[in-house]
Write a new protein. Structure first.
Length: 185
């Protein structure tokens, strides 16, 4: 082989490797964006770049894979569903209190399912791996609950928060209970 042939082969290998790397990154980006949806865009905004955001999202996935999550047994499921029903009924007379109950119920269900219960941001990140379609609503509900603590949330805000909590609650317990006994907000 001549020196020119070796150089051409090395350059060709480098070009093929660069193209393969680029295609892999594109595939990975599409896969993560498809899975995480709006959470993907949130991560890109928070981290300032796609590559940092994607690394963070992959780290979330790896972290959650190590957690022993499990479904609720039928007895716990029914108990939580009954508590949710009571919380929705309570909303009519005391919306702010019902929101606190809903937040606590979501927390309790997550705990019963095996999620590590550190700060809110970590809980939302963990949820985003398996429930990316509702984690945005969970964040919104939490923000409304914080506004309510300051006396700055309207009844309509609280109603929205209750709906957001309900969507996540339904996902976490595995079956919708929102229509149980005809209660809707």
């Amino acid at each position: 082989m001549t020196t020119t042939t070796v150089i051409v082969l090395v350059v060709a290998v480098i070009v093929v490797a660069a193209i393969a790397f680029y295609l892999f990154r594109q595939w990975r980006s599409q896969k993560l964006e498809s899975h995480f949806g709006s959470e993907y865009e949130r991560a890109v905004h928070d981290y300032g770049s796609r590559s940092k955001a994607e690394d963070a999202l992959l780290n979330r996935q790896r972290r959650v894979q190590k957690i022993h999550l499990h479904p609720l047994d039928p007895e716990k499921h029914d108990a939580f569903a009954a508590q949710w029903h009571d919380s929705q009924l309570h909303f009519v007379d005391a919306p702010a209190e019902a929101i606190r109950e809903a937040d606590r119920l979501v927390y309790d269900v997550m705990l019963a399912r095996g999620y590590p219960m550190s700060d809110f941001d970590r809980r939302a990140e963990d949820l985003s791996v398996d429930y990316p379609q509702v984690v945005r609503n969970y964040r919104s509900a939490h923000e409304i609950a914080l506004l309510d603590q300051k006396g700055q949330a309207s009844t309509e805000d609280l109603r929205n928060a209750m709906v957001f909590y309900r969507d996540l609650f339904d996902e976490l317990i595995g079956t919708p209970v929102s229509g149980a006994k005809g209660v809707r907000l």
